[in-house]
Design a protein around this ligand. Sequence first.
Ligand code: HEC
Ligand code: HEC
Length: 337
Amino acid sequence: MDIKKLVLAVIIGGVTSTAMAVDKNALRTQAKMMHGPIPEIMPGAESDTPALIDLGERLYFETALSADGSQSCNTCHRIDGGLGGVDNEATSLGVKGSRGDRNSPSVWNAGFHVAQFWDGRAEDLAAQAKGPILNPVEMAVPDKQTAINNLKAAGYEALFADVFKGQAEPLNYDNLAKAIGAFERTLITVDRFDEFLAGDDSAMTETELKGYQTFVQSGCASCHNGALFGGAMYMKMGLINAYENSHDLGRFAVTNNPADKYVFKVPSLRNITKTAPYFHDGAVAELDEAVAQMAWMQLGRKLSDQEVSEIVAFLGALEDTHTITVKYLNSGAEVGQ
Ligand code: HEC
Ligand code: HEC
């Protein structure tokens, strides 16, 4: 290695050369400061009772919440079998066979985000959960009362009465959303990056650690920041170089502020390996392509193939390594019954 490269390597963290091993302790300290592990508890979860969470879980898998009984939340946000909380479609297929304009984002860790949806139009999980059931291209139930009647027919009255004790009409739309939100607050991923932060030097490979460094040095962390590597703010898609699909105006539709045209919530990169295809329109199938396009659009940079593959390797360490046991699968009937 020549001296100029060595000096440069030292200045930017001492890990840019393959000849040099990554200083794991220094990197851990930096990563804890810049990103940190995912918090153990989601905001608002403190008062969620096991009974409320269990009802929410049942409802999450409840197909009676769609017009023709074919879809549950889990249809578009698959969390069974170690899946990433998405449907892996470019845009989701609703009950009537029509597709919306947007890619389904993951429900994993969603309750940590500043707001819900690509454009942040719902303030929290409970507010969000009220949308898809009545959305004509999603679950397409005509009105709230029909949703409630469907649940009555599916035998939910006693379950709601048990959880919302003392209320005159426990089975109502607000309580439905509240319960689903409570269940979603339990959906927290577990990954090797956090194991590394907790002190396990063997949790990530040298390439993955180097990839983290490349991610930070390239400027990705300016938007994909905090414990979630995103979910904390809104930014323009195509900040430096425009995105080719100019159809979706993003947050402009929520705020009517011209400065919000093409502005979207910065998505979390936790578990990103499991949530292809990418971007709000699901236009990009592969993660390496999404990374290269991001660098060009958001930072005006062309990354080398090696930089892209390092970053992609690092993103692999953000992949969820745990699988939840699903109690209720489609129809709300207990699995195995
Ligand atoms: C037909 C597919 C479909 C169904 C069914 C569906 N969703 Fe979604 N979901 C989507 C799409 C598409 C979006 C993004 C829409 C947007 O941003 O405008 C979304 C967004 C979300 C988000 C926001 C995540 C984030 O990062 O902003 C959450 C949470 C969510 N859905 C939960 C649910 C719940 C709970 C149900 C059941 C009541 C449900 N979804 C039913 C397709 C679906
Ligand atoms: C200026 C802010 C900004 C910077 C810098 C930035 N991103 Fe993004 N990123 C976003 C926004 C906003 C989106 C959502 C874009 C959309 O789909 O409309 C996004 C989306 C993504 C996605 C797709 C996520 C998904 O769920 O579909 C990936 C992967 C990604 N970014 C990786 C990176 C990487 C790697 C870098 C650095 C090379 C980077 N980003 C730099 C703001 C940024």
